[in-house]
Design a protein. Structure first.
Lengths: 192, 192
DNA sequence: GTCTATAATTCGATAGAC
DNA sequence: GTCTATCGAATTATAGAC
């Protein structure tokens, strides 16, 4: 059995609350109530509500970017690389759905320069994936298509997976979820 | 040139503001400032902030449900029906991206019973589409697959389109957007 | 329809004692 | 680390005059 510190519990419960209600709709009083202590105690763990969101989002963005760069600079083929990226997203979603929920829904609540920085990093991430798709088309692994649109569609397909993970009563099998998603993206739904 | 009343302008600008910043993050002061009048004037057009959101979301949900029911009870084949549903979503998104943005991102801000009602209607909508996919598999138009997952994926693919419409500088061609989406969903990205 | 003024509440955050 | 107490700002909404 895993020992969990009060600090870990704080971040876990806060993440769930924000994921369920939204960042703006989650008040410090909500968090304190969930933790069974007073509002002032929250500031033992974080410096501000905004800083909490920033830390979550940029930690994830940096982690994902780092992982993608390792894939890109490897010697796999373009489509193999693309599948590794998708696999990473699915497996991460299966393990940390609330983090993904935050990432998908709450980045808009970043302030000024941080918002801009976030959007630029995310854009850069997507462009790297689009490049993989372009290369896949060039070497004949993928069919001809609008790469910007397709990149957009692949991210759209992955983006909402966290909802399924959070909502499904019976535990989802991440391996099967990945297989279904790969088939959907690469083969489509039409019968050959 | 279209004549636009102040009331129409109010709903248009308010929709854009909420879409950009989020429902909770958009204050009555923001709206009044955009409209170049005082906060009190807002209540000439709506009875409350919550009612504004409710009206938008349920109007759309009812409209979509009604349209889907007409498709379902028609004599088209399951896959033809499915394509009509997808087409409807794409074309609606092309014309009213801010409405879709609201629909996708802000339903969580509904209160108590309204939230439950919304979720049930949306669930019912998705189940009707899943039934089309099941029938498509049965009659051999679609390959065998997990229908719940696939339904989820199709909606995920469509859900984020509004972002492309809003962000793209050069006007998007809705017909081409629909073609790319249909190819993505039905054929996948792999080269045959 | 538009304004001024303000009510009533809720918000994030801090001071300071224990 | 936890509490009480509270601040100052922001929020939705209303009253009532013009």
């Amino acid at each position: 059995m895993k020992i969990i510190t009060k600090k870990e519990k704080f971040f876990e419960e806060t993440l769930k609350l924000i994921s369920e209600r939204g960042f703006k709709a989650t008040t410090m009083r909500d968090i304190a109530e969930r933790m069974n202590f007073e509002v002032a105690n929250i500031y033992n763990y974080i410096e501000s509500k905004d800083a909490l969101l920033e830390n979550y989002l940029f930690d994830m963005l940096i982690e994902f970017t780092s992982y993608l760069d390792n894939i890109v600079t490897s010697s796999y083929s373009p489509v193999e690389k693309l599948k590794l990226v998708i696999s990473r997203h699915v497996q991460y979603t299966a393990i940390k759905p609330y983090e993904i929920s935050l990432f998908v829904n709450e980045w808009r609540n970043l302030n000024g320069p941080k918002l801009k920085e976030f959007e630029e990093m995310r854009m850069s991430y997507m462009q790297k994936v689009e490049k993989l798709i372009m290369e896949g088309i060039e070497n004949g692994e993928l069919r001809h298509m609008n790469t910007e649109f397709t990149t957009f569609m692949i991210f759209s397909s992955m983006r909402w997976l966290f909802n399924m993970v959070i909502n499904e009563k019976e535990k989802i099998n991440p391996i099967e979820m990945e297989k279904q998603l790969m088939d959907f993206i690469f083969k489509g739904i039409e019968r050959k």
